[in-house]
Design a protein around this ligand. Structure first.
Ligand code: SF4
Length: 570
């Protein structure tokens, strides 16, 4: 196992005596050795299994010397273009150029190219034509089949066709990467590896697979965009690993094969990834601070995965359906190590996206899941087959209170309200002991119609839940600054809905939290709603307002409301 950082300079690979790496990971972000980043997880895990892996960070497309730093890897390049899609990183929801970038030193945008996956792959194929290229990360995974592209307002082909890469890994990628490396070390070519769940590749012939679901061809969807609705719904439903099928899509004269989704990782598999000695810091070669570090420096990640495939979510493709949780012991070891480090600031924040309280949440009867067509397991209400272990979570976090010097020991991020409110012990513990005085809740909208389109619970339910939580905090004698996130520009949202949202926030005495300006991200169900005007779930038709000036106005209204609320609190 590598003790220090994953090598990301030529000197580091030379010092390790590597003639050439087995794998080179290409990323548009800076290299931060923290499990928040898939690049660091993949790199550390491969190295821990004996596969020499280097990171080529923030390469400049115009400089060949950046790309020849490590030379030709023995096995393959892995392109994870960044923590987020490069188009979303480079442009705002209003399609304006962003000048800042939280993932690079100094936070000022430099040379992250638009459509980084395609640009990086083109460069690799130009310089290392015969070296296989594997893709992972949100930009590739959420473009793995026909998808809507907001920035050109067009449908685009599956990214393997545009990038000429050889394979995509989706869901949890680390164990698949090791399997692929082992098979290639034993003489197999990447093009012969065709049976791994969580992979997608192109086949020239009709694939020899006994049973698969046929997706509408890319060309048919281009001619008839109403097919996008059924197409996306099939792709999403097949991410439930207990009912997943292989999917095949014809694109011109070739075939995209998307294998079944993987099962969530068990505790041993998850622990293995997190126990690879992360330094939890940026590589020391950077001279300037990287803004995202402020957000993650105290954070201990407890789990990954997605229970709720909401119309705006992409996590189902990047982290997999259902939750992969670390063991208590594994988390404890990281906390002990962190407490001894210079970076420790007497604060521990237990965190997992999208909700901190999905940790240790699993399903009861898998057979029920194999017959289930629900996209979300806790929305609009909690499925009875969802099993929580809140008592154990409280026991784990309480254990950290006893560590020396711990001043703050919190959950970070948002709670899943349905799960939180289903357990008095959990919400009492959260409200009284486990927050830093500011609690951000997901509201998004108070309009019945918009909430339905967003895959959320109904209007009465959210109002009741928010009121309940604020009241309970008061009863427990806790002064908490509650804020609720809102979304602007979601299809179907008009001036009336925004006015209703502002009125509801005021009545509930909630601050305006994150203002999420809607971007119909690739492969989300909301991108279909935006592009076709049809809700893929209910098949209801709506008018999608596409004037960016309207979204801009709504965003300004919310900002004004936020300012007024802050003024009152001051
Ligand atoms: S049965 Fe319940 S837990 Fe299983 S997939 Fe369906 S909603 Fe989720």
């Amino acid at each position: 196992m590598i003790k220090g950082y994953i090598p990301s300079t030529k000197k580091e690979t030379d010092d390790l005596g590597w003639k050439k790496p087995d794998v080179v990971i290409v990323t548009g972000d800076a290299y931060i050795d923290h499990p928040y980043f898939q690049t660091a997880c993949a790199g550390r895990f491969l190295n821990s299994k004996g596969f020499r892996t280097a990171i080529l960070d923030m390469p400049d497309i115009s400089k060949d010397e950046d790309w020849s730093k490590f030379g030709r890897p023995a096995l393959f390049f892995l392109v994870i273009s960044g923590k987020e899609d490069s188009m979303a990183m480079n442009y705002t929801a209003f399609k304006k150029f962003r000048s800042t970038d939280p993932y690079i030193p100094g936070g000022q945008r430099t040379h992250r190219p638009d459509r980084a996956v395609i640009r990086y792959c083109n460069k690799l194929k130009e310089l290392y034509k015969d070296v296989p290229v594997i893709l992972a990360g949100p930009e590739a995974v959420c473009r793995m089949t026909t998808h809507y592209d907001y920035w050109t307002d067009k449908l685009r082909k599956p990214i393997l066709f545009d990038s000429k890469a050889d394979m995509i890994l989706f869901g949890n990628i680390e164990h698949n990467l090791v399997k692929i490396c082992e098979l290639m070390k034993n003489g197999q070519r990447l093009s012969d590896i065709k049976k791994l769940n969580g992979t997608a590749y192109i086949s020239k012939e009709v694939p020899e697979i006994k049973s698969f679901v046929k997706l509408p061809t890319h060309e048919k969807i281009e001619k008839d965009s109403t097919l996008l609705t059924a197409h996306h719904l099939i792709v999403h439903l097949n991410q439930n690993p207990y009912r997943s099928n292989i999917m095949v899509q014809k694109v011109l004269d070739r075939f995209l094969v998307i294998h079944k989704a993987q099962l969530p990782l068990d505790e041993i598999e998850t622990d293995e990834i997190f126990a690879t000695g992360f330094r939890r810091k940026a590589h020391p070669k950077y001279k300037h601070e990287i803004p995202i570090l402020k957000f993650i420096e105290d954070v201990i990640i407890t789990h990954r995965g997605c229970l709720n495939d909401r119309p705006v979510s992409q996590e189902i493709f990047t982290e997999g359906k259902f939750i992969s949780s670390r063991s208590n012991e594994n988390i404890r070891k990281e906390v002990i190590h962190f407490i001894k480090s210079k970076e420790y600031n007497k604060t521990i924040k237990l965190f997992g996206l999208p909700y901190f309280n999905h940790y240790l949440t699993g399903v009861g009867n898998q057979k029920e899941c194999s017959d289930c067509e629900r996209l979300s397991c806790t929305l609009p209400d909690q499925c009875k087959n969802i099993k929580t272990r809140n008592g154990e979570i409280i026991r784990i976090i309480e254990g950290f209170d006893k560590f020396p010097n711990v001043r703050n020991n919190f959950y970070a991020g948002k709670p899943d309200m349905k799960l939180l409110l289903s357990d008095k012990v959990m919400y009492k513990d959260f409200l009284t002991n486990r927050n830093d005085g500011k609690v951000e809740l997901s509201a998004e909208s108070f309009s019945a119609q918009v909430r339905k389109l967003m895959g959320l619970d109904d209007q009465e339910s959210i109002l009741k839940d928010l009121k309940f939580l604020v009241k309970r905090a008061g009863e427990y004698g806790k002064k908490i600054n509650f804020e609720a996130s809102v979304t602007t520009g979601f299809p179907g949202q008009t001036d009336e809905e925004v006015n209703l949202n502002i009125k509801s926030l005021k009545e509930l005495a909630l601050g305006t939290g994150d203002i999420n300006n809607f971007i119909p991200m690739p492969l989300t169900l909301s991108s279909v709603l935006y592009y076709t005007g049809t809700d893929p779930v209910s098949e209801e038709k709506i008018e999608a307002e596409k004037k960016l000036s309207v979204m801009k106005n709504h965003s300004e209204w919310y900002k004004k409301t936020r300012k007024e609320h802050k003024g009152k609190r001051a």
